[in-house]
Design a protein around this ligand. Sequence first.
Ligand code: PLP
Length: 341
Amino acid sequence: MADFYGAQDAGEIVIGGSMSALTFHISRSISHNFRPGDEIILTNFDHEGNVSPWLHVAHDKGLVVRWAEVNRDTWRIEPESVAALISDKTRLLALGYASNFMGAVNNVAEIVALTREAGVLSYVDAVQYAPHGPVDVGSVGCDFLVSSAYKFFGPHLGVLWGRRDLLESLPAYKCRCSPEQLPWRFETGTSAIEQQAGLTAAVDYFAWLGGKLGTQGSRREQIVEAFRASQDYEAELSTPLLEGLLKLPNVDVFGPRPGAEANGVERVPTVSFRHSSLSPDHIARALAELQIFVWQGHNYAYEMAKSLGIEAEGGVRIGLAHYNTVAEVERTLAALNKLLS
Ligand SMILES: Cc1ncc(COP(=O)(O)O)c(C=O)c1O
């Protein structure tokens, strides 16, 4: 996982049950010296896994929560909206890398640079980004980053990276006699070693793919190459999908449009939409009858769904990955055309 995250030091990798479980666990350590009246910045871009743990911390510690809001033109958190919230009381920013609802990718490096300058800790949720692009903790520049292995074709585990100095100095909520060394001070109880074997295999898969694409370099270089190729391929899938959805009558599509990259706005191939009268549940079931599997609801992007006024029903989400094909995108669009026109 150090290779997967571009980390220099494998001791900085902490493995846990899931992203949400790890975040609930370590948020207690991160916030141990936060004081009443201190502030934390959360966003309406984020999945609940990077919101609820911090809301609990805020409640327990008497912290003030400041909310950064998604810009409706770019569908991401713009650096200015975070900059405007930073004060001398700010202790932490919790920020999503990519949205699991509208697919927008935040410019995390630029936003995290602002918090670093202000001495504010940053906790990045890379769950939705990690299956689609190369994570590089060095260039992101954050203090903590977490993802979830089942999203990148591995087993159900969460994986956290944190700066060694922080992981060593934070108090660990652990058994008295369990080791003080990293990563075990944060890996409480007996590790799921059979799952971890699966995790290694998932990382090896990306290295294998990079090797197949001709990269002879290190495991890290092969992983990065696999993701570069995957990003190009996934763009060939998401562009026709978006173009097709945007042509459907009475459909609202959430997230960056084709061509947004020209303005520096990136996306992963995760696309959500709503129809003016047919419910997301109805549409998802009708597609399932045709063996086309999509998801529906707010998908735990609960704050975003609330901001859009659709928290009750959410949207239909089509989540592509590098194993999908243009033919599948065409078949999905043809089915939607028939259903919605
Ligand atoms: C963006 C994002 N963050 C966090 C999570 C939570 O991950 P986990 O299921 O490992 O707790 C998810 C899961 O869907 C997600 O999509």
